[in-house]
Design a protein around this ligand. Sequence first.
Ligand SMILES: Cc1cc2nc3c(=O)[nH]c(=O)nc-3n(C[C@H](O)[C@H](O)[C@H](O)COP(=O)(O)OP(=O)(O)OC[C@H]3O[C@@H](n4cnc5c(N)ncnc54)[C@H](O)[C@@H]3O)c2cc1C
Length: 313
Amino acid sequence: MGLAAAIEAKRAGLKAVVLEKGTVVHTIYRWPRETVFFSEAKNIEIGGHPFPSLGPKPTRREALQYYRRVAENEALDIRTYTEVLRIQPQAGQFTVAYRDRDGEGELESRFVLVATGYYDNPNRLGVPGEDLPHVRYGLDETLPYWKQRVVVVGGSNSAVEAALELYRGGARVTVVHHEAEIRPRVKYWLKPDFDNRVKEGSIQLLLKAQVREILPRAVVLEQEQAWHTLPADFVLIHIGYRAADGLLRAAQVAYQGDAPLLSPVYETSLRGLFVAGSAGYGSDTRTVFIENGREHARLAVGEIARRLQGCPA
Ligand SMILES: Cc1cc2nc3c(=O)[nH]c(=O)nc-3n(C[C@H](O)[C@H](O)[C@H](O)COP(=O)(O)OP(=O)(O)OC[C@H]3O[C@@H](n4cnc5c(N)ncnc54)[C@H](O)[C@@H]3O)c2cc1C
């Protein structure tokens, strides 16, 4: 949402700087390499730039190229490898402390929009052994898992997608899910594929199963009140995410439950501090997408522009 907001700001004649701790569209860069969007290309366009895609849904690779080229064409001021450390309100403006490869620095700004997403904050199982080196959150390449016994924990899109990729990459896959069925909302082109792989025995599916402990070469499960041990060379945990909202919490914005209180234009309780995208949604990250997050950016920047009318930006 940072890019979408920066384009909106540029169109409104404002000076905006994007501080990004990784590379441009770092989150999509970190997705599994073969990811295909569930959205159609036109629904994830930003700044009115057409997104050409070869298939009905764009691929991760197409999206990386698209967003990078939009950033270039718009000549946005994006400072990559620059991590924001703190946002401090001070006398009607904000001091934004950051660290880049040359050390630490500060920027002053009248308005700040936080769009830190959720991808850095995977949900954890909270069981012993979760920090062992063979336990991972997310999948990039399948090759390291070739001929390995991989336990995938989860029952939604990312777990199903990972299980299918791993199976096709030559891994021996078991999916462990605590509910009685895989989430019915799994991408419509993945669900039948997954169901058929389970039916034919290519992927093992254990339902109503809870991971109780992870051991170096096994997972301890509780299923229907019985405990058993499942051999595992790797454990991939795909049980969702929580907002990466550490900057908001440190700035002491007001919260309701696990999400910040936001106005209809996505302003926090600190006047001038806005949020766009999943960072403002606590554990409810599933309801925010690029599709609707773009609207947060548009409304927030529209409000900033309105307040600055007649004032120098
Ligand atoms: C596999 C997968 C497939 C998806 N498919 C779709 C889809 O088809 N359609 C759709 O609409 N949505 C899809 N989504 C959801 C979509 O990716 C998110 O809703 C969207 O990326 C959220 O945007 P955001 O700007 O809030 O956060 P992000 O895109 O995660 O951006 C946050 C950025 O902030 C940076 N950052 C974090 N902390 C700091 C800091 N302290 N300082 C500086 N930079 C920082 C991160 O490096 C990152 O680049 C998918 C998600 C996943 C995981």
